[in-house]
Design a protein around this ligand. Structure first.
Ligand code: UDP
Ligand code: MG
Length: 344
């Protein structure tokens, strides 16, 4: 059996605090896989710099000069985790038989990669990394994350429970993924739609090695809301249901007030009036907002804007080593890469 060419894809956004350790650990892991003859010696680790503002690209670039198996992809600006993953997958797919995506903070267990590659060699096209425990997460993160999976399930979106973006995909699966042209990519929801033979590998999620989460509460909520409205129309139906209910309630109240008017006390409370105005007004605004959200999505999709723009691609257009060495070891990464790609 031919060993597959394998690429580990790592999205990085302002990860200078953790990146050096990550580079060491992932290159060691890949060398181990190559030694065990599980993957081809042409395999690489591809770091995608998602428009970082710190020294992330500098570190990636430096590592790529020192180590043949480290490659880098620099995006022109920050486009978010999901798009950075896509940029990595689509750039690597030509030269790879299978690819694993993993976060730069190594919260996901890199030792699960062995099992994933074995599953690929057994014939699986997609292997999901599933967290068996979330003990390392804060109580709040665990509650919100697990609640999110359960809510998505209730809304009819098929997600793999407790699976984030640590997964192996075959070249074939990534090629099919490319056909999903929507600009709002929520990979956890889309990959199961590709189908093919798939399986899961369990691992324990750890704490971030260093640095801070790039998903503060605000971003996390936006991500969850995006995931829901990209995959489900249940919220809109729910709003309609609430609308119907409040209509029924107002009928009952109407009857009640009429009865009061005709059979006694006409001093109807200002309170009930004002409350219902606010209640109905609020419900209407929520409904409008939600409908607007979906219309906004349609608007965004119709524009078909590119999901990311590549600035420097060291994976498919390797720079000439000789030229780089002549430039000396003190890198000025951005201007240097530009100069060199012009020369090539
Ligand atoms: N990330 C990215 N672009 C962004 C935000 C995050 O590429 O705009 C990367 C980040 O560098 C990390 C991964 O996405 O490799 C997951 O982010 P993080 O670990 O901060 O999320 P959490 O694990 O806290 O949900
Ligand atoms: Mg993380």
């Amino acid at each position: 059996m031919n060993t597959p060419i394998f690429t580990i894809i790592v999205p990085c956004y302002n990860e200078e605090a953790v990146l050096e350790v990550t580079i060491d650990q992932l290159t060691a892991k890949l060398s181990e896989l190559i030694e065990q003859n599980l993957v081809s010696d042409k395999s690489k680790v591809l770091f995608v710099d998602d428009g970082s503002k710190d020294r992330t690209w500098h570190l990636i670039y430096k590592a790529s000069l020192n180590n043949e198996i480290v490659k880098g992809l620099k995006l022109s600006r920050n486009v978010g985790h999901q798009n950075a993953l896509l940029a990595g997958l689509f750039s690597a797919k030509e030269a790879s038989d299978c690819m694993v995506t993993i976060d730069a903070d190594l919260q996901d267990d890199i030792h699960a990669i062995n099992e994933m590659v074995k599953k690929y060699n057994e014939g699986y096209e997609v292997v999901y990394g599933v967290r068996s425990s979330r003990e390392s997460d804060t109580f709040f993160k665990r509650l919100t994350a697990e609640g999110f999976y359960k809510l998505m399930d209730k809304l009819g979106v098929k997600l793999v429970f407790n699976h984030a973006d640590f997964r192996l995909m075959s070249k074939r699966a990534v090629e099919e993924l490319e056909q999903f042209a929507e600009s709002n990519m929520f990979l956890r929801g889309i990959v199961p739609l590709i189908g093919f033979n798939s399986t899961s590998v369990c691992y324990e999620r750890r704490e971030r090695l260093a640095g801070e989460t790039k998903y503060p509460l605000k971003k996390m909520l936006a991500f969850a809301f995006d995931g829901i409205t990209s995959f489900s129309v249940t919220p809109i139906r729910f709003v309609m249901l609430i609308g119907c209910l409040s209509f029924l309630i107002s009928l009952v109240f109407g009857l009640y007030f009429l009865t009061l008017k005709f059979f006694g006390n006409t001093q109807l409370g200002w309170t009930s009036l004002i409350t219902s105005i606010w209640l109905i007004g609020g419900l209407q605004l929520i409904a409008l907002g939600l409908v607007g959200e979906y219309i906004g999505k349609i608007y965004k999709e119709t524009k078909r804007r590119p999901k990311y723009i590549i600035d420097v691609d060291l994976f498919n257009l390797p720079l000439s080593r000789k030229l780089i060495n002549m430039e000396g070891a003190d890198y000025e990464p951005i201007s240097e890469t530009r100069k060199l790609s012009e020369n090539n």
